[in-house]
Design a protein around this ligand. Structure first.
Ligand code: PGA
Length: 257
């Protein structure tokens, strides 16, 4: 089965709504239909920029998808500071990053919390980008596979197999995020393969073959080609390099390299 690669830019806590618009305009300028036919392109701005970016994408008919970096799992209520999945769906958000390692590490999100978010996002017709990945310590202890498989299992609890098939799982080794240290492409591809095999075993081969598995962690123009050559890597989740429209465009046009 051929899976359409997904290159997603996670802007994190960067770019106000005016800067966000400029970036998307420049990105749109670099990409044409032949690129979009080969790769799905998504940007994940901060909440404050979602509406502006949505309006631009719609107005200019850009084939760039909109993603959010997080959301709460409840529909509404007394959750000061939180944003609900319904609010995001209303803004034509198609993807929501769930369980990014920064959310887990800095905001105390557990697998259980991430699981609730994944299910809430699916319930609103959006696609979760579920992030999993081992810390440096876990890696040094040789626990990469068990950590990653454990996260996949826990975070997909109660999700139907056919929903898993439509999801995205991003394998992001924590030690490679924002550090400039990328996992060696073969190693990254192998761990993405472990994710797919874990899904195959638990959810069947149909779900595993349809599921898109991304790699994330210091992805840049210089390493995108080698990463995309890995059979089990169906795209990347890009932090730092997605803040530069020229660099992110190269990542989205990887097939031209
Ligand atoms: P990075 O971030 O590309 O800056 O390493 C990746 C991520 O956190 O998704």
């Amino acid at each position: 089965m051929s899976r359409l690669p997904l290159q997603a830019g996670n802007w994190k806590m960067n770019l106000d709504h005016l800067e966000a618009i400029q970036l998307v305009q420049r990105l749109g300028y670099h990409l044409d239909d032949t690129d979009y036919d080969r790769t799905e392109v998504v940007v994940c701005p901060a909440f404050t920029a979602l509406r502006s970016v949505q309006t631009l994408i719609e107005g200019d008919r850009l084939r760039i998808g909109l993603g959010a970096q997080d959301c709460h799992w409840e529909e509404s209520g007394s959750f000061t500071g939180a944003v609900s999945p319904g609010m995001l769906a209303k803004l034509d958000v198609s993807y929501v990053v769930c369980g990014h390692s920064e959310r887990r590490r800095l905001f105390g999100e557990t697998d259980d919390v991430v699981n609730r978010k994944v299910r809430a996002v699916l319930a609103h017709g959006m696609t979760p980008i579920l992030c999993v990945g081992e810390s440096e310590e876990q890696r040094d202890q040789g626990r990469t596979e068990s950590v990653v498989v454990g996260q996949v299992e826990a975070c997909l609890d109660g999700v139907e197999d056919r929903q898993v098939a439509g999801m995205v799982i991003a394998y992001e080794p924590v030690w490679a995020i924002g550090t400039g240290r990328t996992a060696e492409p073969g190693e990254a591809g192998a761990t993405c393969g472990v994710v797919r095999a874990a899904v195959a075993e638990r959810r069947g081969t149909d779900a595993a073959e349809a599921l898109r598995v991304q790699y994330g962690g210091s992805v840049k123009p210089g390493n995108i080609e080698a990463l995309m050559r890995q059979a089990d890597i169906d795209g990347t989740l890009v932090g730092g390099a997605s803040l530069d429209p020229d660099d992110f465009a190269v990542i989205c046009r990887w097939h031209r390299l």
